[in-house]
Design a protein around this ligand. Structure first.
Ligand SMILES: *[C@@H]1O[C@H](CO)[C@@H](O)[C@H](O)[C@H]1NC(C)=O
Length: 142
């Protein structure tokens, strides 16, 4: 019995070691924003990531997406992070400012999909495509 436990322990240590040495298979992550405002409403966005890259544009048609693919970086001062300003309306009166749409955790995530959908009542979110979207926040109005 004791030998068996030692054996399991050695196996566990070895697999830990090989995890550390061999680059693991970690498929890329994907986040997306989707225009589900309806009624021909245009969703404007200005997004940036932790590497200070910026994207600005508009999603003009229903269900149009803007997506990003990336691998997680989990260094303390440099975690994967995306944030967006979103808006719609003739005077951009409905908006979110610096909405954090992704932030890496302390453990590296692989192969995830996160979707943010803009609807008339606010922003909706889901972690996987087999889960339903849930309401997160109402629009701010100026
Ligand atoms: C946007 O992404 C969703 C989810 O992947 C997909 O179902 C939809 O068809 C995409 N929209 C367009 C216009 O391609």
């Amino acid at each position: 019995m004791n030998n068996y436990i030692v054996f399991l322990f050695v196996i566990a240590m070895c697999s830990r070691l090989s995890e550390a040495l061999v680059p693991e298979n970690c498929p890329i992550n994907r986040i997306m924003i989707t225009n589900q405002l309806g009624g021909g409403k245009v969703l404007g966005y200005k997004c940036s990531n932790w590497l200070r890259r910026e994207w600005q544009g508009s999603l003009r048609t229903f269900n149009q997406n803007k997506s990003w693919e990336f691998t997680d970086v989990i260094k303390i001062r440099k975690r994967s992070r995306y944030e967006c300003d979103l808006w719609f309306g003739a005077r951009k009166e409905f908006h979110f400012d610096e909405l954090q749409i992704y932030r890496a955790a302390s453990r590296r995530r692989c192969n995830i999909i996160r979707q943010w959908a803009a609807r008339p009542d606010g922003i909706w979110f889901r972690k996987d495509h087999d889960k339903p979207l849930g309401h997160v926040l109402p629009w701010k109005k100026r």
